[in-house]
Design a binder for this molecule. Structure first.
Ligand code: ATP
Length: 246
């Protein structure tokens, strides 16, 4: 592994804002619970360029979910900046935050979160429907995505008629339907056996090779080994930020 240069350095900052999927600047997240204060993130900074494939790791309680919630626009930092495609979203309204979340971030969850009554095609379409973005080419786009994730011959199957790996492929296709700034995957292979994990990781790799930015939260070494860069958190701080030598 090789260390990443200080992300806040002048050299890093000289890039045009459009080169970045997002930038995190000195983020703190403090929870106040029943008179107790928990410092879940304590000054986290890093930049992610368009087209990167990063894994975020760390032991239990290190702040991974807290960071995921900030990156996914599900929560705001207590202080610090979160710049998404150049715009500071750390202080915008809940309404604007939810709009960005729905339109600009592609989520992939451990438990797939598919709608059981809908077939593959309609599950992929769901984010477009939520956003009121169903146009005349929605069907074509969703079919193309299904093909891209290897499910061109399963378009009308319901989730119960698919394997776990296939269900996760549907979720990955769904995450791409809004052309997000990046795909945010939370323990995406956590429910899969090792062979299926490899297949899903092959798919993420293929998507990254085609230019998609991927951020993977994981505690599994075999998963982080496939990313190009690994950020390790400990006690709410970045412990290391290194490139994987492939
Ligand atoms: N809503 C909350 N209210 C109070 N404290 C919280 C809340 N969410 C998380 N924490 C605390 O913040 C710290 C970081 O938690 P977080 O869930 O981000 O860690 P994690 O790395 O995702 O852990 P795990 O791998 O176990 O899911 C922990 O000490 C946790 O107890």
């Amino acid at each position: 592994m090789t260390s990443i240069a200080d992300p806040t350095s002048d050299q890093a900052n000289r890039r045009p804002a459009s080169d970045y999927a997002f930038r995190v600047e000195d983020i703190y997240r403090t929870y106040f619970l029943k008179g107790e204060t928990v410092h879940a993130l304590r000054g986290v900074s890093f930049n992610v360029l368009q087209g990167e494939y990063i894994a975020i790791m760390g032991p239990s309680g290190s702040g991974k979910s807290t960071l995921l919630n900030v990156l996914g626009c599900l929560d705001r930092p207590t202080s610090g900046k979160y710049l998404l495609a150049g715009d500071d979203v750390s202080t915008i309204s809940d309404y604007q935050l939810s709009k960005i979340r729905g339109r600009r971030i592609g989520f992939v969850f451990q438990s797939y979160n598919l709608l059981q009554q809908l077939n593959v095609l309609d599950n992929i379409k769901v984010p477009l429907q939520y956003q009121g973005l169903i146009g005349k080419d929605a069907n074509t786009k969703c079919r193309e995505l299904a093909h891209q994730v290897g499910l061109g011959d399963r378009l009308f199957h319901k989730p119960t008629e698919l394997s776990g790996g296939q269900q996760q492929r549907v979720a990955i296709a769904r995450s791409l339907v809004n052309d997000p700034y990046f795909v945010l995957a939370d323990e995406a292979t956590g429910n899969l056996d090792s062979k299926t994990t490899e297949e899903v990781l092959d798919l993420f790799e293929k998507l990254n090779e085609s230019g998609k930015t991927i951020v993977m939260i994981t505690h599994e070494d075999e998963v982080s080994a496939r990313a190009k860069r690994v950020i390790r958190l400990r006690d709410g701080l970045i412990e290391s930020d290194e490139r994987n030598v492939q």
